[in-house]
Design a protein around this ligand. Structure first.
Ligand code: DGL
Length: 269
């Protein structure tokens, strides 16, 4: 019997790009991708029945991610974007090994970008506990360490953002970020939910803080890979109604997730 990945046909015109996160935070990645690849069609999977991923065991995250990947493969996606730093850190190695024919593009905290553009400056890396403790992030961190970096596991923050509780958010940020005010110049947004609260972080740390986010770089890389594989959709459509070109699935089935997702997608974050 053929494996799922072997069953994929190569009809590039009909195939979507699958993108997933533990919730709707990955919309910040999708927005950057759409800017670079406006002619593609997308399926976005939000696993909000199982979020947050940040404090889960590796095995559990791998299992959740594999289920989403199987769905994308069944839907004949031509590439899969892991728009969740925690899922990338824990599962991409396994997924690439198990599905070698599938194109996986995975987000990671933009720490190399700090090395390239602001090496000498004190930096705060905000991410989930899972990402910060992961082997994948630690390899990146030790490779580009500027010895002026604070690693901050933001336990529960993605969940607060996911649920959109403004009051809780303000309290959380004041309590956890207050001590870094005046101490750091750069913030690495190491979770795809965090760009949604960039302004709020700036309000606590100061508006001159520089933010580093890997989503734009990921989008450029995705385009390069699709182009190399001759998988880009060259059909240029005048109509840019993204709602029709993006299929949204949420594992909890809650209608408000879908509404918030499209709201964020249309919003200039
Ligand atoms: N957006 C996910 C990330 O980038 C959030 C993880 C979570 O659900 O805790 O890490």
């Amino acid at each position: 019997m053929k494996t799922l990945s072997e069953q994929i046909s190569l009809d590039k015109k009909t195939r979507q790009i699958g993108i997933f996160d533990s919730g709707i935070g990955g919309v910040t990645v999708l927005k950057e991708i759409i800017k670079i690849l406006p002619n593609e069609e997308y399926i976005y999977f939000s696993d909000s029945a199982n979020n947050p991923y940040g404090d889960k065991q590796d095995k559990e995250i791998i299992k959740l991610c594999e289920n989403i990947v199987k769905l994308f493969i069944e839907k004949n996606c031509k590439a899969i974007v892991i728009a969740c730093n925690t899922a990338s850190a824990k599962a991409v190695k396994y997924l690439r090994k198990k599905y070698p024919k599938i194109i996986f593009i995975a987000i990671e905290p933009a720490y190399k970008m700090v090395h390239d553009y602001a090496y000498n400056e004190p930096t705060l890396v905000m991410a989930t506990k899972g990402t910060i403790k992961s082997e994948k992030f630690n390899l990146l961190f030790h490779k580009y360490n500027n010895h002026k970096t604070y690693l901050l596991p933001c336990v529960g923050l993605a969940d607060i953002i996911e649920n959109g509780n403004k009051e809780k958010l303000e309290k959380y940020l004041k309590k956890t970020l207050g001590l870094y005010k005046g101490l750091v110049k750069n913030v690495v947004l190491g979770c795809t939910h965090y760009p949604l609260i960039q302004k709020d972080i700036g309000q606590v740390l100061g508006n001159d803080i520089k933010f580093f986010n890997g989503a734009n770089r990921l989008a450029i890389h995705l385009k390069e890979v699709l182009s190399e594989q001759n998988l880009l959709n060259d059909n240029i459509e005048k109509d840019n109604n993204y709602k029709e070109k993006i299929e949204f699935i949420d594992s909890s089935g809650k209608k408000e997730k879908q509404e918030r997702f499209y709201e964020l997608l249309n919003d200039n974050i």
